[in-house]
Ligand binder design. Sequence first.
Ligand SMILES: [Fe+2]
Ligand SMILES: [Fe+2]
Length: 271
Amino acid sequence: MELTVRRLRIDLEAPFARRWNGGDAFRTAWFNALSMSFPVGEQFFIDALRGALKALPEGERERWSAEVQGFVGQEATHRRIHALFNAQLEAQGHRNTWAPRSLARIRRLDGLDPRHAVAATAATEHITAVLADWMLAHPEALADAEPRLQTLWLWHAAEESEHRSTAFDVYRALGGNELWRCRYMRLVTFHFLADVFRQTLRNLHHDGALWQWRTWRSGATFLFGRAGLLRQARRPWRAYFAAGFHPRRQDDAAGARWLREHGEVFAVVPR
Ligand SMILES: [Fe+2]
Ligand SMILES: [Fe+2]
């Protein structure tokens, strides 16, 4: 499929409030944690798919090269913008301990068959797409955040929804099997959940909100309430383990609609 690279027209040099997400400590700490993982994670996806492209037989390389280029362009744009976002968090005194942990894990894949990195990428991209779909369906997760920050998160979500199948298809083109595809999903999910909670707790501690009742009431609703993220994400996440699963079978209409309706907030980068 054709992947458009878009440059966001928002200013992230200007500082934002410590509790930028509607004054809500939990929701702010959670999204901050996610952002802290992006630059390292997205560089890993880029490297994994570039490496995979080189390892593909010639016909397959031709078939996937344009889509991988679009994928790389999108993730590179996300990386740059979240690095600016993270610089603001650093200026607020936050410490990112997730990025070094994931870098250490990524290094363990060095020198292995490229299918390992691509399987890890495909699994993470599925988790990302599930989170993205949830966010697009629940814009109240960003209620009362500044418009530029809502735009940042929903644009990223929409593009994650859009390029959800690239790593998966490249994994298949490399001859990756189902056993390792599912193994990596278990591994990646375990690390993702452990890391996002650790970093969220650290962020809450820095914010002085860790021991406040209000924080955890909001956290419980956000994650486990009827419309909560973890409660609603479980089913689409599990679909990955089904034989014959393909990311394109999941509904990506919300992301496509968002991109259609928000053309004024980005510029399309020419090929
Ligand atoms: Fe991304
Ligand atoms: Fe992605």
